[in-house]
Design a protein around this ligand. Structure first.
Ligand SMILES: *Cc1c(COP(=O)(O)O)cnc(C)c1O
Length: 387
């Protein structure tokens, strides 16, 4: 399906709402029915129509159709946050006594979900490096049920061979979920590679303006209906109509924003690689990246995140560098219009800083929609002032 068609037309029946170009926000909690028969049908299958907005809502449905098409998936569910999407997807697919295989260092709150919540219900998790299929094979137990992937990781960009893991999972009847937030479906499509559930945080590139949280699951109609019928409705963390509308608006410019961000990121990458204060960079499509060949094979492109290692002797130098930036803001998250920096040593005491440990000298920069010169100029003055 044509990307322009998906972003501009799919799912939108404009003649239903006065030919307005922008869709209406159906800000309603419930929907009336005309007959008891209709009510009976909705009670039996809430996925078949509009009853109550904790279930389906017409504004959210426009978004669901577009997101499913972007992923080449049959169906889609949208949540109030990425964390909610992940929680509900795992909850729907594991039971007491099951075992999860997860990549090491998944998103912070995913690790907490596994270690602090699912563990209380007798569901254990084994973490694997994820760089070799044999690590998954070695971790598999007779009660393994679920594989959690994130490729690339949003800090160190470690990737998994998605087709190999999907084939392994299918052989053993395991459900796979892959966090595709880094790439978006524009740069990587996990579903055609055999992954069961593709997940994204809409908070990042889909929203694109740092003003909305949202989470996305796509997959087969059967899988989405299974999740909807029980856990989606029970947890009640589906996206609200206004936020869905903001995400539809974000989708209009997704391709244009990603193109711009991707090009600017290459300029900033070139600048960082040449800078005397930068020891090395991490970027999945840079030839120096340890898994460059695999990244190139399964990703169409790489977006706005770069990690780099600064030559610093003390934590104070890194603190000075971050605080001397005038335009690039210090903040968590990414995917919006604004460039951001995050130092790995933020949560650390000065005394625990070890200059010999490269990870202590690691920073992650996210490149937004500003111009490359504006950003490299800012980095330049901060380097000069800080060291
Ligand atoms: C931000 C993020 C999440 C969590 O999404 P929220 O919308 O903040 O709940 C999950 N995975 C990745 C890779 C993220 O960057």
């Amino acid at each position: 399906m044509d990307l322009s068609y998906i972003l501009n037309e799919l799912g939108e029946d404009r003649s239903d709402y006065f030919n307005a170009v922008a869709p209406p926000i159906m800000q309603t909690s419930n929907f009336r029915v005309n007959t008891v028969e209709e009510l009976k049908k909705l009670f039996a299958d809430e996925y078949s129509g509009y009853l109550y907005s904790r279930g389906l809502n017409p504004t959210v449905d426009i978004l669901r159709k577009k997101l499913a098409a972007l992923d080449e998936a049959e169906d889609c569910l949208v949540f109030n946050s990425g964390a909610a999407a992940i929680f509900v997807a795992v909850l729907a697919n594991v039971s007491k006594g099951d075992h999860i295989i997860s990549v090491k260092n998944p998103y912070t709150w995913v690790k907490k979900m596994f270690d602090l919540i699912f563990s209380r219900f007798g569901v254990d998790t084994t973490y694997v490096e994820g760089t070799d299929i044999r690590q998954f094979e070695a971790a598999r137990r007779p009660n393994s049920r679920f594989i959690y992937l994130e490729s690339p990781n949003s800090w160190n960009f470690v990737v998994q061979d998605l087709e190999a893991v999907a084939a392994f999972a299918k052989r053993h009847g395991l459900v796979t979920l892959m966090d595709n937030t880094y790439c978006t479906p524009l740069y990587q499509k996990p579903i055609p590679m055999g992954i069961d559930i593709s997940m994204q945080t809409a908070t990042k590139y889909i929203g694109g303006h740092s003003d909305t949280l949202g989470g996305i699951l796509t997959g087969s109609r059967e899988m989405m209906k299974k999740i909807f019928d029980c856990e989606y409705l029970a947890v009640g963390s589906g996206i609200q109509p206004f936020n869905a509308w903001l995400l539809i608006r974000g989708l209009r410019t997704l391709e244009a924003r990603l193109e711009r961000i991707t090009a600017t990121t290459r300029d900033v990458l070139r600048y960082l690689k040449k800078h005397a204060r930068v020891e090395s960079v991490l970027f999945p499509l840079d030839p120096s990246f340890p898994q460059y060949e695999l990244a190139k094979k399964q990703m169409k492109n790489a977006g706005g995140l770069i990690s780099f290692f600064i030559k610093a002797g003390t934590r104070a130098e890194i603190v000075r560098f971050c605080e001397n930036l005038k335009h690039i803001m210090m903040a968590v998250s990414w995917g919006g219009h604004e460039s951001l920096i995050l130092p790995r040593c933020a949560g650390m005491e000065d005394a625990d800083f070890d200059a010999l440990n490269a990870e202590h000298r690691m920073l992650r920069i996210y490149i937004g929609l500003e111009s490359a010169d504006y950003l490299t100029g800012d980095l330049d003055q901060a380097f000069r002032l800080s060291f």
